[in-house]
Structures are given as structure tokens and as C-alpha cells.
Ligand binder design. Structure first.
Ligand SMILES: O=C(O)C1=N[C@H](C(=O)O)C[C@H](O)C1
Length: 291
């Protein structure tokens, strides 16, 4: 069993006038810790690392590590140039992170053997555990089940962030006992936890994180009926946050809560006016329910 359990939030990167807003970053991190989340992912997809330099990514990581114990911090490591990726991995590993969240190389569509070799190379080069990030709709890479099971047999690959959308694969991973499954599809969080996922990496858990923590604890403690109530209370929020490309709606919701500016880096766009209106309604309803 890995140490990656419970609710982990893939942090947005707050921006202001194009630059990283470190004041807002610290405020957001403090808020999430206070609400009881188990850990933070720096520079997951939601953190917009594709629009940031390596130096900026490391500056965000260093800022988070000043505030959060290292065993609760995982860093995203994505790329399709293997030697550059390994170089960045070495830079990251000069810091005391708990793990690395690693998707397959995007855009180039390697063979299944190429995917196995890629993960073996990155895992062999790592001094910390890896979370395999299976997200075909972003990477263009679809794993076969046998490939996934071969990859997670590596002793350093201890968990999978499962956004694969393939229940057969999820069940095979869960029953293999080789790896912990972390739900990465936010609207499947209740069913995944009931099936035995150890937690979730959920962008939507930026908003009302305490309810996501409550949901996780209810299912962990076999309070299924209560967990179902919490999940259906959260579902309109979760669904709304993914109508437009993540992390735009999440950033809008956090801006409505006064935690960050509503700003993304191009080509990502701010939420539409319709989304802003919808999020205000959803947040009002949640606040009313929890009064
Ligand atoms: O950044 C992440 O980690 C997540 N990304 C998914 C996405 O690609 O939109 C969503 C998930 O909630 C977490």
C-alpha cells in the first residue's frame, strides 16, 4: 500500500497580469490544508505546466514545499523528449517530494513496448515513488491492460491516477493488488472509492474541499448511505467544473471565493459568462445546503 491515500488536490497555478501570483498560491495552499486535504499535486494538468517554464514550475514547487510537509507533495513530470524529461526529473529530485505524477509521452504515440520502456526508464531513474497518470484524452496514448499491469509491476510505481475511462482496466488494476488506484475522473469518485480506490486526485476538490474529505472518510468508514448523500450534493459542482476545459471553471470558482484571480495562460481561456452564472448558482446552492 502506498502513502497516497485520500483526497489530493492538483493545484491550479494562480496568475496575475501574466506572472505567477505567489501570494495567492500561498493563500490557496493554506486554505486547502485547513480544510483537511491529504496532499497536493504541483504541476498536474490542472496547474497549467505546459504554459510554464521549468524554472516557473520549480518555483511553484519550492513555494509549496515551504508550507507543506514533503510527504504530502507530489510533482507532475510530463514530457515527450526523454532526455529533457530525465534532466528535469533530476532537478525535481533535489527537492524532498513524496512522489512524481508521470503521464505517458504525449503526441508521439509510442507502441506498447515503447510505453513499458518509457516507464521503466523513468522509474529506474527515480529515488521516489511514481504515480502513473493514465489520461488518454489528453495524451493520445491508450494503454492495453497487459501493458498497464506490466508497468505497475515495477516496485517504484506504486499508484495509478486513473482517468482512463475503462472500467475493465480499473477492475484489473484493483484486483491485481500491484498498485493503488487513485480516481482521476471526478464524477466517478464515489463508485471508484466503493470499488476500492485508495483516494482521488480531483481538480474539483479545490472547491468545498471539506466535502470531498468528508466523502472519502464516509466511504472509508463504510458509511455508504451518508457518502452517497455527500456525493450527490457535490455532483452538480463536479459536473459544472468540467463543462468548459479544466482548469478554467475551477479558477473561476476560486476567484468567486476570493482566493485567486480568474486568470489563465493562453491558449486556455477564462470561463464564459454563462459558466460564471452557473457556478454562482451552484456555489450558492452548496452554501445553502451546508448552512
Ligand atoms: O491535473 C490533474 O491532476 C487533473 N486533471 C484532470 C484533467 O486533466 O482535467 C482532472 C482531474 O480532476 C485532475
Amino acid at each position: 500500500m502506498s502513502s497516497f491515500q485520500g483526497i489530493w488536490v492538483p493545484l491550479v497555478t494562480p496568475f496575475q497580469n501574466g506572472a505567477i501570483d505567489f501570494v495567492a498560491l500561498r493563500r490557496l495552499v493554506g486554505h486547502l490544508l485547513e480544510k483537511g486535504v491529504d496532499g497536493l499535486i504541483v504541476c498536474g494538468t490542472t496547474g497549467e505546466p505546459a504554459a510554464m517554464s521549468k524554472q516557473e514550475q520549480l518555483a511553484v514547487l519550492d513555494t509549496v514545499l515551504e508550507q507543506v510537509p514533503a510527504h504530502r507533495v507530489v510533482m507532475g513530470l510530463a514530457g515527450n523528449n526523454l532526455s529533457e524529461l530525465l534532466q528535469f526529473q533530476r532537478e525535481i529530485l533535489k527537492r524532498p517530494v513524496a512522489g512524481l505524477l508521470v503521464p505517458p509521452p504525449y503526441y508521439i504515440r509510442p507502441s506498447q513496448a515503447g510505453l513499458e520502456a518509457f516507464f521503466q526508464t523513468v522509474a529506474d531513474a527515480s529515488s521516489v515513488p511514481l504515480i502513473l497518470y493514465d489520461i488518454p484524452y489528453r495524451t493520445g496514448v491508450t494503454f492495453e491492460q497487459a501493458t498497464l499491469l506490466n508497468i505497475v509491476a515495477h516496485e517504484r510505481i506504486v499508484a495509478i491516477k486513473d482517468c482512463g475511462g475503462n472500467l475493465t482496466h480499473t477492475l484489473a488494476l484493483l484486483s491485481s493488488g500491484l498498485v493503488d488506484v487513485l480516481c482521476g475522473e471526478d464524477n466517478q469518485i464515489f463508485s471508484a472509492l466503493c470499488l476500492g480506490a485508495k483516494g482521488a486526485i480531483a481538480a474539483s476538490a479545490h472547491v468545498h474541499p471539506e466535502l470531498f474529505v468528508q466523502l472519502y472518510q464516509q466511504i472509508r468508514d463504510n458509511q455508504l448511505a451518508a457518502g452517497r448523500v455527500t456525493f450527490f450534493q457535490l455532483l452538480p459542482l463536479i459536473q459544472s467544473l468540467f463543462i468548459e476545459p479544466n482548469p478554467a471553471p475551477v479558477k473561476t470558482a476560486l476567484a468567486l471565493e476570493g482566493l485567486i484571480e480568474d486568470e489563465l495562460r493562453a491558449p486556455m481561456q477564462r470561463s464564459s459568462e454563462a459558466m460564471v452564472t452557473r457556478l454562482k448558482e451552484v456555489l450558492d446552492a452548496l452554501a445553502h445546503d451546508n448552512r
